[in-house]
Design a protein around this ligand. Structure first.
Ligand code: GDD
Ligand code: MN
Length: 375
């Protein structure tokens, strides 16, 4: 096999036959297979299975009953299942024209790159197929933001948000990828310095069906960016910072409503503790939730910790000021920094610790756990 074409699909039934037909017409000089990684909730898997019968090249279907990490997770699954080193990733809705595939392959044949990106943003490319002006602006702006955060790794890539690319599986560390949502190429390029080549392409409009892009995907993308650039600890710090501001705003509001400052402060703190927990759940530790028991247990641990922390921090502050004679503001800063570090360690290692597995299964999950801890 020279090439594996990985196609993530979510309810793309009406596009399947046309996609396979056009791939078959376009790619005629290589031995290739198509791997659909499907998370559909409709009859798409049956349509793919039927189309596979009549195609004159191998078509495989991986249907995920319990999909994780959305489009990005599906692509990673496809890369794992591929039987060739070179893998082409493309959407299943024909926005990535199969007729462009030979040009990507030709670029890879020059043997000086690990990834060939089909770019909308170099001469000869265009992005008119994006749904509307808002999508275009969001895409442009997030491309700029992303490139500015990884100026070197993305130096040769004008379109890190594209989902149309050719990658040499040998050049990447699949196990190191942490896909969360739509932007899998970004994940691949940001993890390891790769040699990137580009060919222009025109982003077409959808053949059939509707886009699955959404506001939630946008939030996932921002989290991904933050995690890739600064790691989990800074995402955690950001949530803490937002919480601190929210805390003060709520307290101020309650005092304005006539409440005494002490109960106002307590209520504001408790609301913030709950809000922060939700942000940690859905943003910072979202990838570790599945393995770390029930949400209720995590909440109890997190809630207890934060309250104990608040109770301990005040006497510590008092000791620092009265006995060690540190100016009170500096002392307060020190306790907050110490509390932050302890809180991060506690959440990463205790609240979101993977649950112990039964003895015989524990070997199988060990590498995954080790990786989660390293992240
Ligand atoms: N398996 C799987 N699971 N596939 C998914 C999922 C999912 O949760 N969500 C979307 N897909 C598939 C769709 O079925 C389609 O084949 C492809 O991923 C792209 O999804 P669209 O819904 O068509 O998204 P889009 O057109 O807005 O986004 C595309 O354009 C972006 C560039 O602006 C994607 O190609 C992105 O990767 C690309 O970055
Ligand atoms: Mn699309």
């Amino acid at each position: 096999m020279d090439l594996t074409i990985v196609v993530p699909t979510f309810n793309e039934g009406p596009n399947v036959a046309e996609l396979l037909r056009r791939i078959g017409d376009a790619v005629d000089d290589r031995l290739f297979e198509v791997v659909f990684v499907d998370d559909s909730t409709d009859d798409t898997p049956q349509i793919i299975a039927a189309a596979a019968q009549t195609a004159d090249f191998p078509v495989r279907l991986i249907h995920r009953d319990a999909p994780t990490a959305g489009l990005g997770g599906a692509v990673v699954e496809g890369l794992r299942a591929a039987t060739s080193n070179w893998c082409l990733v493309m959407d299943g809705d024909l926005q990535h024209p199969p007729e462009d595939v030979p040009r990507l392959l030709a670029r890879a044949d020059r043997d000086d790159v690990d990834v060939v990106v089909a770019s909308r943003y170099i001469a000869g490319g265009d992005s008119k197929g994006l749904a509307d002006a808002t999508r275009t602006t969001v895409s442009r702006a997030s491309t700029l933001l992303t490139k500015s955060m990884f100026p070197r790794k993305l130096g040769d890539c004008s379109d890190p948000m594209t989902g149309f690319f050719l990658v040499n599986r040998d050049a990447i560390d699949i196990d190191a990828l942490r896909p969360r949502g739509f932007k899998i190429l970004l994940e691949i390029l940001a993890r390891r310095h790769l040699r990137v080549g580009e060919v222009p392409f025109a982003f077409a409009s959808r053949f059939a069906g509707a886009s699955k892009a959404s506001f939630t995907q946008g939030i996932r993308f921002l989290t991904q960016l933050l995690m890739l650039r600064f790691g989990r600890m800074s995402a955690f710090a950001l949530v803490g910072g937002v919480g601190a501001i929210a805390n003060l705003v709520i307290m101020w509001g309650l005092i304005r409503l006539g409440m005494d400052y002490l109960p106002a402060s307590i209520i504001a703190s408790e609301i913030t503790i709950i809000g922060n927990f939700l942000l940690l759940e859905y943003l910072v530790f979202s990838d570790m939730r599945a393995e770390s028991g029930s949400m209720r247990q995590r909440f109890v641990k997190s809630f207890t910790f934060n309250n104990v922390e608040a109770i301990i921090r005040i006497p510590v502050l008092w000791v620092l000021v009265e006995n060690a004679h540190i100016p009170s503001v500096i002392a307060a800063g020190l306790t907050l920094i110490a509390a932050f570090v302890v809180r991060f360690v506690f959440h990463a290692l205790v609240v979101y610790a993977p649950k112990r597995q039964p003895v015989d299964a524990s070997l199988a999950v060990a590498p995954e756990r080790a990786r989660a801890a390293e992240y």
